[in-house]
Design a protein around this ligand. Structure first.
Ligand SMILES: NC(=O)c1ccc[n+]([C@@H]2O[C@H](COP(=O)([O-])OP(=O)(O)OC[C@H]3O[C@@H](n4cnc5c(N)ncnc54)[C@H](OP(=O)(O)O)[C@@H]3O)[C@@H](O)[C@H]2O)c1
Length: 168
């Protein structure tokens, strides 16, 4: 089973500011939608609130100790239950990938299970915010692909989307 981390960050590992994204990148949002489509997605309560609604055509799993119920999403209070629900969905729907979509707290919890990284590297290293991806090294990862995008009217910054697989 693939357990991926789908994330956009800059080189300082910044991922969030004021419970939102620190940038506006329309083409990255399209990539996020595309990549996660029809898959189970696992998120923390803050990320759920930041998005503001369950994402359509994906099996939304929210981890929270304070939310009991969300229409259109499954709510669990720990990561193992989230993974179990996602695996069950995969088996029933012929999927082979669970996508962890953040935020920092959930990326940290899932760190040791993640075997694929899908990272949007945003060329905005001067930005600061209040949520950072847990520190990691790319030493154990093999880059599989990269797709660069240029700053334009839709994208605040240049960025490149890279996929990595964990070394065997
Ligand atoms: N750039 C990106 O790709 C990206 C992706 C995702 C998010 N973000 C950004 O990241 C920020 C949100 O991240 P965050 O780290 O603040 O929050 P988060 O990880 O989305 O959610 C944290 C919440 O998850 C629940 N939780 C965390 N650990 C838990 C555990 N062990 N057991 C049970 N529940 C647990 C808790 O909810 P309760 O308090 O309800 O118990 C906790 O408050 C926002 O700024 C968002 O825009 C960026």
């Amino acid at each position: 089973m693939i357990i991926s981390s789908l994330v956009a960050m800059n080189r300082t590992l910044l991922i969030g500011k004021d419970n939102d994204l620190p940038w506006h990148l329309k083409d990255d949002l399209a990539h996020f939608k595309n990549y996660s489509m029809n898959k189970p997605i696992v998120m923390g309560r803050n990320t759920y609130e930041s998005i503001g609604r369950p994402l359509p055509n994906r099996y939304n799993i929210v981890i929270s100790t304070t939310f009991n119920k969300v229409d259109g999403a499954v709510v669990v209070n720990n990561l193992p239950d989230a993974i179990e629900a996602a695996k069950k969905y995969c088996i029933e729907n012929n999927q082979d990938e669970i996508v962890i979509i953040g935020g920092a707290k959930i990326f940290a919890l899932a760190k040791d299970m993640i075997n694929k990284l899908v990272i949007t590297w945003v060329e905005a290293n001067e930005l600061v915010g209040d949520v950072y991806y847990p520190s990691f090294s790319l030493e154990n990862w093999v880059e599989q692909s990269q797709k660069p995008f240029k700053k334009n009217a839709d994208n605040d910054y240049d960025f490149v989307i890279k996929e990595y697989l964990l070394k065997k």
